[in-house]
Design a protein around this ligand. Structure first.
Ligand code: SF4
Length: 670
């Protein structure tokens, strides 16, 4: 590839994109990506907000495709970015390359099987006595859509409820693949065939991770280069994709499956025995929570360090029922497919349950989890009463899990054997990528930090107020809410409050929405995470001139809210110690003589802090104040590292300066 052509191509992008201005940071990143692809070296690059990161890797990637015939795979963490790259950015790059006389190149999106309508599952709708209206609507749409319809649920012109979607989709546990009678019209297989032919394939971290684990058998074709965007989520996504989960609900659904019940019709005692074993398994899982001391109601996940004996018994019951299903003789190909499907489902379930129950792999952390349907709680939240009943009186849904503690060894070989670019807006601790590269097993890559082109020094201020202690009789959330109400009244415009715990968010919300509501001048629309879908909250927030959103972890990254004036961070975002995966990682580092605080907790908190900070300035014209309410940032030695990790910003000394900056002469001058 002629890497010297990259800057000129980027300069020409303006002809195809409205509001596009060539940016030096983008040029720098694009040149580094081109060089890495050409030299076949690994590169980790942080592209600050506003540099145009995706074009900085798409242009050199496309150039290597058209000049060297190399195929490229791009993996993102979230579907919106995946869709943006495939539907908006790549078509523009293709247009640019066509205009410049290069040969055309092809690109496609590849998602996991469960993202596409499955005809075999649709066929299974016949098993239901009462048809599901959503599922029927989806089937009818897919039947009459044109040949270009991909079957991807994102492409249906209506919202399909999750329960309906589950009825007409499959996953790797029950997809019949080449043995499926519907394989000739299967959307998932068609997507795979297209991926096999395409020059550029856009997928997600989870699918890439499964492909790595299965040595290239999940994503068709071979690729000369891999580009991992939203790299800050890679460790977590790889961890989850390589984990095992078995739920009590999933086992119950298997036992209640029409074909399983039908197969056991002359052996009902075997089905009854399986149901009894399921109750015993549920009791054993519940015992892990009740065995804990006083805070039992406050923990949703408990680490398990021993074999789960009733899980092993349950595995034998599932295998016993599977033998009955296998003995049935199907009379048609469709019936055979339905049997195959339930056999595959049950087989996968038994295999996972067996591994989790055995608790035998020291590289995995085993834990049980409980969820109360419809309630969103995190560790540390207060005990909630539902209809006057404490959680202990409700029946939660339980799951058993096993997740890898350390994925670096598993990824190390893959990184060594492939050419990979990893990028994100926030992956370093502001100084280097040591933490990230160590966690994912990436050995000595080239690195580059391209700062955001935004003028942080003039447009963003940092305020670290001394909040003092609560008045007698008041708790901390009441105290915090009253101080934040003062800040809100000095803020002309929108605000976002980021919390590290649901408990604190709920506490502050109750105050601002209750006793403090009349103190808010002017009144402002309040939005709280969980009160509506995130997209709905964002739309309503954007429609109001002075809305306020209160959110926890999911609002710290990937949320674009231009036009904000105030961003509040309630606490330095150290990882939750009662998260089993975090806890296991901490134990592992300490066991090996390291310092889990310095090597894990602190860098992770700094990266999350930078992500939160990054929510304020989303476009060049944004201007506002970031307020950090955790006094450890000035009182502790490590606090300086948080401040140092940020772009250069000035500190505000007091509320007067805060007011002056946001509404006074300084603001008018900007
Ligand atoms: S191959 Fe068959 S079972 Fe698998 S997704 Fe396609 S239609 Fe469904």
């Amino acid at each position: 590839m002629d890497t010297n052509q990259v800057p000129g191509l980027l300069d020409s992008l303006g002809q195809f994109l409205s509001n596009y201005n060539p940016r030096p940071g983008q040029q720098k990143m694009a040149s580094a990506v081109a060089e890495a692809i050409e030299e076949r070296t690994n590169l980790v690059v942080e592209g600050g907000t506003g540099i145009g990161k995706s074009m900085a890797y798409l242009v050199p990637a496309a150039l290597s495709v058209v000049q060297d015939g190399k195929r490229v795979l791009i993996a993102t963490s979230h579907k919106p970015l995946q869709d943006q790259i495939a539907r908006k950015d790549l078509p523009k790059v293709a247009e640019l390359f066509r205009a410049k006389g290069f040969r055309p190149f092809t690109f496609t999106t590849l998602k996991g099987i469960s993202n596409y309508l499955c005809w075999n599952s649709a066929e299974g709708m016949r098993e239901r006595l009462v048809p599901d209206p959503g599922a029927i609507q989806a089937i009818n749409y897919a039947l009459f859509a044109g040949p270009d319809f991909s079957g991807d649920f994102e492409e249906f012109p209506f919202n399909l409820p999750p329960d309906s979607r589950a009825l007409v989709s499959a996953d790797s546990d029950d997809c019949l693949g080449t043995r499926c009678p519907h394989r000739d019209r299967c959307f998932a297989l068609k997507a795979r065939q297209q991926a096999e032919q395409a020059d550029v394939v856009v997928t997600n971290h989870a699918l890439l991770s499964l492909d790595i684990r299965n040595e290239g058998y999940v994503i068709p074709g071979t690729y000369a280069s891999y580009i991992i965007d939203e790299g800050h989520n890679f460790e977590e996504n790889v961890t989850r994709a390589n984990g095992l989960t078995a739920t009590i609900g999933g086992i119950r659904r298997f036992l209640n499956h029409e074909l399983v019940r039908g197969a056991a019709v002359t052996n009902t005692h075997r089905l009854s025995e399986a149901r009894e074993n399921l109750e015993k398994l549920q009791d054993e899982i519940a015992s892990f929570f009740t065995a804990r001391s006083g805070d039992a109601e406050d923990e949703n996940r408990v680490i398990v360090k021993r074999e789960i004996s009733s899980g092993k018994v349950m595995v034998e019951s599932i295998k016993d029922l599977l033998a009955l299903v296998k003995s049935k003789i199907a009379t048609t190909e469709e019936e055979q497919a339905r049997y195959q499907r339930v056999i595959k489902q049950g087989g996968g379930l038994a295999e996972r349950l067996e591994k989790i129950s055995a608790n035998a792999d020291p590289n995995l952390v085993y834990f049980v989890e409980r969820n109360y349907y419809g309630l969103s709680r995190e560790p540390g939240d207060p005990i909630i009463k539902v209809n006057g009943r404490a959680l202990s009186q409700l029946t939660p849904s339980y799951s058993m899990n096993a997740m890898p503690i350390d994925i670096s060894g598993y990824l190390y070989k893959w990184f060594r054997e492939n050419q990979v670019v990893v990028t994100s807006a926030t992956m370093s601790d502001g100084q280097n990528f040591d933490f990230f590269t160590r966690r994912v097993g990436l050995d000595k890559p080239a690195t580059l930090i391209v700062p955001s082109p935004f003028n942080y020094r003039e447009r963003v201020k940092l305020f670290l107020p001394r909040l003092g202690t609560p008045a007698p009789g008041a708790n901390y959330s009441q105290h915090l809410a009253s101080r934040l109400a003062v800040l809100l009244n000095a803020t002309p415009g929108r605000a976002l409050f980021l919390f590290t715990s649901h408990a604190m968010m709920e506490g502050v919300w109750r105050q601002l929405n209750g006793p403090l509501a009349e103190n808010l001048q002017p009144a402002r629309p309040l939005f709280k995470q969980g009160n509506a879908q995130m997209q709905r909250i964002i739309a309503d927030f954007q429609a109001s001139p002075n809305g306020l959103i209160l959110g926890t972890r999911s609002w710290w990254q990937g949320v674009d809210l231009p036009g904000m004036r105030l961003l509040v961070i309630d606490k330095l975002p150290f990882p939750q110690l009662n998260d089993p995966i975090i806890k296991a990682r901490i134990e592992e580092i300490d066991k090996e003589g390291g310092s889990s605080f310095n090597e894990f907790m602190l860098p992770l908190a700094i990266i999350t802090f930078r992500q939160g900070f990054g929510r304020l300035m989303r476009q060049e014209s944004d201007r506002g104040v970031v307020v950090v309410c955790d006094e450890r940032i000035v009182q502790k030695n490590y606090g300086r590292r948080f401040i140092k990790s940020l772009p250069e910003v000035e500190l505000l000394g007091n509320l007067e300066q805060y007011r002056e900056f946001l509404s006074g002469q300084q603001a008018l001058n900007l």
